[in-house]
Design a protein around this ligand. Structure first.
Ligand SMILES: NC(=O)C1=CN([C@@H]2O[C@H](COP(=O)(O)OP(=O)(O)OC[C@H]3O[C@@H](n4cnc5c(N)ncnc54)[C@H](OP(=O)(O)O)[C@@H]3O)[C@@H](O)[C@H]2O)C=CC1
Ligand SMILES: CC(C)(CO)C(=O)C(=O)O
Length: 311
């Protein structure tokens, strides 16, 4: 029997509904924590999973009540990065001390932010899935769906046991999940593709498949990647140009019809995660006295679009 009996998905958006839905489909005890309207819609009619390999309506509990987390064994943190701090503060007094948090978020800062605010064990996951929400109760899957999990510190035997339990839970639900001893590097490799694709997909509101048909966009991606690799090296993460190119190409070929989560935020008039993506690279570049004009341009353009929406 899994040690993670009570699972809460904190942030029932695209990623939360994909992974939470898969766990609920495999009959695990899952509650999606969502905004009120979404929770009502899912409780009333179920979560529709429009996946590459199946289309089903999944019966899963949903609520906007964070006090439910008092009996949590596992929390899948799937709010956007700008919401991490407040969300963790909101659950800090509720969550039992044994509950484990797994961050399913992009970027390389969330686990550290969260662990500074709560004493529960918290692990990062590197998430390769392409998903979006159509309305409140339909999750549209555009490709992949696998996880790498690890610890930002050296993996101790108790960490190993917790991470193995998490992998067993996901594997039992049809989600490939592996423990990696080099999670920092794996997070940076995923972070790279987010810097390459998310902003540009958002600016153009275009899919990855459409993006890579434009030679000038390929040049932009190459420029972003070149700068990114320099900054990663300064942060102690060595990624070769060939690895970077391969990581980028794999996204375009496995998630052809996806628009980035940043594009989805802009389309909804929501603040994006850009400060945690290209903006983070810009911030590090300032610290190291390095120029990153490609990342700076994407960052500035997303900031402009965000501001235009909020004026
Ligand atoms: N979409 C994708 O394909 C992928 C996304 N990711 C990453 O996963 C993370 C989640 O992304 P995604 O699922 O796309 O984001 P979404 O915006 O679709 O989902 C987040 C959801 O959490 C809700 N939320 C935030 N705070 C609370 C709260 N306190 N109580 C209840 N609900 C709350 C948000 O509501 P509201 O919008 O009203 O604030 C939103 O519905 C991000 O870090 C993203 O970068 C990683 C891989 C792929
Ligand atoms: C993998 C990818 C690029 C999928 O869309 C993603 O992480 C995102 O959109 O934020």
């Amino acid at each position: 029997m899994s040690k993670y009996q009570k699972i809460y998905v904190l942030g029932a958006g695209a990623v939360g509904c994909f992974f939470g839905g898969m766990l609920a489909r495999a009959k695990h005890d899952v509650t999606l924590i969502a905004r009120v309207d979404r929770a009502e819609a899912i409780n009333e009619l179920g979560l529709e999973m429009d996946c590459k390999s199946f289309q089903e309506v999944i019966k899963v509990k949903a609520s906007s009540d964070l006090s439910l987390l008092r009996d949590a064994d596992l929390v899948l943190l799937s709010v956007k990065s700008p919401d991490t701090e407040k969300t963790i503060q909101d659950i800090a007094s509720v969550l039992p001390s044994h509950a484990v948090i797994l961050s399913l978020q992009n970027g390389v800062a969330n686990t550290q932010i969260a662990s500074g605010l709560i004493s529960n064990p918290i692990y990062p996951a590197v998430v390769y899935v392409a998903a979006g929400m159509n309305g409140h109760r339909t999750m549209k899957h555009h490709g992949r769906g696998e996880l790498l999990v690890g610890s930002l510190q050296e993996i101790t035997p108790p960490d190993q046991e917790k991470l193995a339990g998490i992998c067993a839970l996901f594997e039992s639900s049809g989600i490939p999940c592996a423990i990696t001893a080099q999670i920092k590097r794996d997070m940076w490799l995923k972070f790279l593709v987010n810097c390459s694709y998310n902003g540009i997909s958002g600016i153009g509101q275009i899919t990855y498949g459409e993006m890579v048909r434009v030679p000038e966009i390929i040049q932009q991606i190459d420029g972003i990647t070149h700068e990114f690799i320099k900054i990663a090296a300064l942060e102690g993460v060595l990624i070769s140009e060939a690895e970077g190119r391969e990581a980028n190409e794999l996204i375009a070929s496995t998630m052809v019809t996806q628009r980035s989560s940043t594009a989805q935020d802009l389309a909804r008039g929501k603040k994006t995660e850009i400060d945690f993506l290209n903006g983070y690279i810009v911030q590090l570049a300032k610290k190291y006295g390095v120029e990153v004009p490609y990342n700076q341009s994407v960052y500035a353009l997303i900031k402009m679009l965000e501001r235009a929406q909020h004026n």
